[in-house]
Design a protein around this ligand. Structure first.
Ligand code: ATP
Length: 477
C-alpha cells in the first residue's frame, strides 16, 4: 500500500477548541498533535471511531469528533469525545465510522415518540470475566453511543441477573422478532459465553422462512475471549468496540456436538445437572462456535470453573492444569481411555473415515478458532471465521512433556511442530468413551461441561448451511 500524499497527512486545525498542528503517521497509526496545549499523540488502537462532520458553510472548516478511549491504572477506562477541526484525511480514512454502523443501530435522527422501533440491544453480562462489564458500559459504551448520536432511549439495555438471562432474552425477544423478519443488533458485553448462549437458543429453535440473522457485536469482557482473540476483535485497545463502529457483519461458523443419552450438563460448580437430551430422545445436541474438547482441556476448564478460581482471570486455566498434571495428593495424572474416529476429506473432497490407533489419550480438542486465549494459539492455521474444524491431539505422555507442549502453544502455536502432537483438518470426530468414572467423561463445548453417560459417546461436526447469527468484525485489520 503506498503512503498517502503529504497534504492528506498534515493539517492545521483545532483540538478541544485550541489551535493545533495535526500530523498523521499512517505507518505507525499515530496522530501527533502539536499546539497551544502542548504535545499529544493518539493511537489508532485507542480510537473507537471518528465521526466525520460537515464543512461549516462560509469558513469551509471541517469539524470532527474523535471517540477516544484511554486506559487508566487499575483497568479503568476513560472515554472522551474529542472535538476537532481539519483532521488529516488519512487519519479520518483509517478511523471513520463504517457506513454499515447506520444499518446496525437505530436511526440516529429517531426521536422519542417518533414510533421508530429500537432494534439495538445491549447486554451487560455481570458474571463475565472479572466483572468489568457494567463499568465499561457506564463509562465507555453509553457515552460513546450518545456522542455518535445513538441516544439512550433508542436501544434496550439488558443486565444479566442469572446464568440464564441471555438465553431468556434471545428466546423471548430476539428469536420471535428474527422469525418475523426484523433486523436486530445485539451488542454483548461478555466473554464467549454470551455468543454461545445466543447460538444455542437459535440453533435449537425453529426458525421461520422470514428469519433474519441477528448481528452480534462483542465487547470483550470474558476470561479467555477466544472468539475475540481469534477474529482480531481484541487486537486494539477498545475491547472490540472499535469493530462495532467500523466492522461489517460476517456469518459466524458453528459446530454441533451430539451426545449419547444419559449425558448431563454440569453447572453450579458441578453441583447441579440437567440432561442434554430432551426426555425420551435418542441423543441431545449442544452448539458451539469455539471448541469441543475431552481429556486434559475439558478437565481443566471444568475444574477451574469455580468462584474461587475465577478470581484469578485466565490464570485459572493454568492453575487447574498444574493440579491435573501433578495432583497434590501425589497420584499419577489420569490417562484417558476411549476410541476416536475421525471423518476427513481426501484430495478430491470426498469424505473418508479414520480411527486413531491409540486408545489412551492426553489431549483431544476440535476447534473452529485459532486462539483460546490472547496468547494461546491452539490452532495456528485457523483464519478468522474460516469455517474449518481442526483437531489438536496427543496421547498419554509424561506431565513434563505436556507442560512443554502447552508452553509452545503460548509461543505462536509452535506445539504443532512437536512430533507427539497431531494437528489436522477434520469434518467430524466421534469419541466412544471407555471410562468408568464420570469425572473423566467430561466434555467441554465452548466452556460448558457435559458429563457423558457411562459407555456413551459424543460426535462433533461443523455446521454447514445453518448460519444463525452474523458477527460484526472489521476483518481489514
Ligand atoms: N448476573 C449473573 N449471575 C450469574 N451468572 C451470570 C451472570 N451474568 C453472567 N453469568 C454467567 O457467567 C458466565 C460468563 O461467561 P462468559 O463466557 O461471558 O465469561 P467468561 O467465562 O469469563 O469468559 P470466556 O468464556 O471468554 O473465557 C456465563 O456462564 C453466564 O451465564
Amino acid at each position: 500500500m503506498s503512503a498517502p500524499p503529504k497534504e492528506d497527512c498534515q493539517n492545521e486545525g483545532t483540538v478541544r477548541g485550541k489551535d493545533a498542528s495535526l500530523t498523521y503517521d499512517a505507518v505507525e497509526g499515530i496522530l501527533i498533535i502539536e499546539g497551544d496545549s502542548g504535545h499529544e499523540t493518539i493511537l489508532d488502537g485507542s480510537v473507537i471511531a471518528v465521526v466525520d462532520g460537515r464543512k461549516d458553510g462560509e469558513s469551509g472548516t471541517k469539524t470532527q469528533q474523535i471517540l477516544l478511549l484511554s486506559q487508566l491504572p487499575g483497568a479503568h477506562y476513560r472515554f472522551e469525545d474529542v472535538q476537532v477541526t481539519n483532521l488529516p484525511q488519512s487519519f479520518i480514512d483509517a478511523n471513520v465510522i463504517s457506513p454499515h454502523f447506520g444499518q446496525l443501530v437505530p436511526s440516529r435522527s429517531a426521536s422519542k415518540g417518533s414510533g421508530s422501533v429500537p432494534s439495538l440491544y445491549v447486554v451487560i453480562s455481570i458474571g463475565s470475566g472479572t466483572g468489568e462489564a457494567q463499568g465499561f458500559f457506564d463509562n465507555v459504551v453509553k457515552p460513546a453511543f450518545t456522542a455518535s448520536g445513538v441516544q439512550p432511549f433508542s436501544y434496550y439495555v439488558h443486565t444479566t441477573n442469572s446464568n440464564k438471562s441471555i438465553e431468556r432474552l434471545i428466546s423471548a425477544v430476539i428469536l420471535p422478532r428474527a422469525n418475523e423478519g426484523v433486523s436486530q443488533t445485539v451488542l454483548l458485553l461478555s466473554g464467549d459465553g454470551g455468543v454461545v448462549d445466543t447460538i444455542n437458543v437459535l440453533l435449537s429453535s425453529t426458525r421461520s422462512g422470514q428469519y433474519v440473522k441477528p448481528a452480534i457485536g462483542l465487547v470483550t469482557m470474558g476470561t479467555g475471549n477466544a472468539l475475540a482473540n481469534s477474529t482480531g476483535l481484541n487486537r486494539d485497545l477498545t475491547r472490540g468496540l472499535r469493530h462495532f463502529y467500523r466492522g461489517q457483519a460476517h456469518p459466524l461458523p458453528t459446530l454441533t456436538a451430539t451426545f449419547s443419552p444419559n449425558s448431563e450438563i454440569l453447572f453450579d460448580e458441578g453441583r447441579q445437572t440437567e440432561p442434554v437430551a430432551p426426555p425420551a430422545a435418542d441423543a441431545g445436541e449442544m452448539y458451539g462456535a469455539v471448541v469441543c474438547s475431552w481429556a486434559l482441556h475439558a478437565s481443566l476448564v471444568a475444574d477451574s470453573d469455580t468462584a474461587e478460581y475465577r478470581k484469578f482471570g485466565s490464570q485459572r486455566f493454568q492453575m487447574a492444569a498444574k493440579e491435573l498434571l501433578s495432583p497434590s495428593d501425589g497420584s499419577a495424572p489420569h490417562v484417558y481411555k476411549g476410541q476416536i474416529t475421525l471423518v476427513k476429506l481426501d484430495d478430491n473432497g470426498h469424505e473418508f473415515q479414520q480411527m486413531l490407533d491409540a486408545q489412551e489419550h492426553g489431549y483431544i480438542l476440535a476447534t473452529l478458532v485459532s486462539n483460546l486465549e490472547e496468547k494461546l494459539t491452539i490452532s495456528p492455521h485457523s483464519k478468522p471465521l474460516d469455517n474449518q474444524l481442526r483437531l489438536v491431539h496427543f496421547g498419554a505422555i509424561p506431565s513434563e512433556e505436556v507442560m512443554k507442549i502447552l508452553g509452545l502453544a503460548f509461543q505462536g502455536g509452535a506445539h504443532i511442530d512437536n512430533e507427539t502432537v497431531g494437528y489436522e483438518s477434520i469434518e467430524r470426530i466421534r469419541i466412544d468413551f471407555d471410562e468408568s468414572d464420570g469425572r473423566w467423561r467430561r466434555v467441554c463445548v465452548d466452556g460448558r461441561i457435559v458429563r457423558v453417560g457411562e459407555g456413551g459417546w459424543v460426535e462433533v461436526r461443523k455446521n454447514t448451511g445453518m448460519d444463525v447469527i452474523d458477527i460484526i468484525v472489521d476483518l481489514r485489520v
